[in-house]
Design a protein around this ligand. Sequence first.
Ligand SMILES: [Zn+2]
Length: 299
Amino acid sequence: MEIKKIKGNTFCITAGMTYIPFYKINEKEIIMLDSGWAKGQRQGIDELLEKNNFKVVAIICSHAHVDHIGNNTFLKNKFSCIIAMPAYEALVCSSVINLKLYYSNQTLSDVALHFGHMVCQTDMMIYDNQNSIYVCGVEFKILHTPGHSPAHICITTPDDVAYIGDTLISHEVMNGSKMPYAYILTEDLLSKSKLYDLKCSKYIVAHKGIYNEITGLITDNINFYKNKAKAIYILIVGSMTMQDILKTVIENFNINISNRYKYTLIERMLRSYVEYLNETGLIVLNMDNGFLKYSKVNV
Ligand SMILES: [Zn+2]
């Protein structure tokens, strides 16, 4: 784990497959953009902060995923920092019960066990109609990019460096991804397109890269997700239940399901592709002897 200077007072922590940006207010105080993953990154981030004698005064979160807000409460307890987050994401991670809204296919005890550490208290809610936020007297611009998660945002620092979060993934991540995640793919694709109009001097993609220009990456991301949807569409033969589709996708995409948590994740990922195919009019839902089945629209 190390610190990379991006531009002006904007830096980022390189942590394995993740870049975590931060903005330096002065020699000591920093505002983090996301707080990273607890399991694999907490110790490294903590050591790096100590070594540089940094005090985290605030965390602005792009979205409430486990690898982005995993150290919020840990850092809040340690530094009494402010947490700012899109309002809906903040509500989702405000309690274990609310987290269950998002992880609806897991039991409450499993949610508590695996995601309980994500629960945090947000001090500043960022609303849908807000396109900037002042945190500790510093203005950050906000671009709403829902889809990857319900209220995902991109955050631009005063140095004109945009943190894209998970709205895009790098080519490296695309190459290793069998079925990339989107909560609502239809919205996610619209948000990716929105980025064509975001003109900044640098862009940080969480997983992961630093770019001067992202036009090509946006197009490649859109095509990558659309092609995955197409590949799933091809596998739908006749009339299939969601479970039937899941089974054939797991086999054909060669996805290794080693435990039930991976299974529930894949199930959730697949659902957004199937919904996308349905919403774009390629497949229809029908009731068949009490089962909900999906089939291609006859063309
Ligand atoms: Zn995410």
